[in-house]
Write a protein that binds this ligand. Structure first.
Ligand SMILES: [Zn+2]
Length: 173
């Protein structure tokens, strides 16, 4: 079943030639009847960081914007074009929290459906345990409105905004 915000439902015209004959070809592609162009719907890569303090509590951020404004999130974001996951993580943690990562270890991946502008982006969240130099420079910015250190076992999934983050928190506690 496709979500109404899926590219399969939302896209109407061929992005290459402008023809209105641009229709679903498979469950993950659309094809233009006029020029033959095929568009494949791929997952967007994103990263999430698990950063713990000395009490083993996890640093959660508060989302500034929708989707899920005001709810708990993990630091991170979308991987830019041409960027590695590790570079994206270092950049996002600096942008959102002004923290410097000096060690990161891969944990695993989790999927999410992210609706933005009434359009569904399916994402693959790459999760890393991150060690930071120090918390002394911690300062929120960018798309984060605040932060809180919490024992992940004490966090109810209803407090978390995004499905992939719920799965991650469930996995780590
Ligand atoms: Zn076309």
């Amino acid at each position: 079943m496709n979500c109404e915000h899926s590219p399969l439902e939302v896209f109407r015209y061929c992005p290459k030639c402008g023809s209105p004959g641009f229709t679903p070809d498979t469950e993950k592609s659309l094809k233009c009847e006029s020029c033959g162009f095929r568009y494949f719907i791929n997952m967007s890569a994103s990263v999430a960081a698990i950063i713990r303090n000395k009490k083993n509590e996890v640093l959660f951020t508060l989302r500034k914007h929708n989707p899920a404004a005001g709810m708990l999130d993990l630091p991170g974001g979308f991987v830019d074009l041409g960027e590695t996951a590790e570079e994206a993580l270092v950049r996002e943690i600096k942008e959102e929290l002004n923290l410097n990562i000096n060690k990161l270890d891969y944990v695993g991946t989790f999927t999410n459906k992210y609706i933005y502008g009434e359009f569904e982006y399916q994402t693959l969240d790459l999760v890393f345990n991150c060690i930071v130099d120090s918390f002394s420079e911690l300062q929120v910015a960018d798309d984060v409105s605040g932060y809180v250190f919490r024992d992940p076992a004490s966090v109810d999934t209803s407090e978390i905004g995004l499905d992939s983050i719920k799965k991650i928190v469930d996995y780590i506690h």
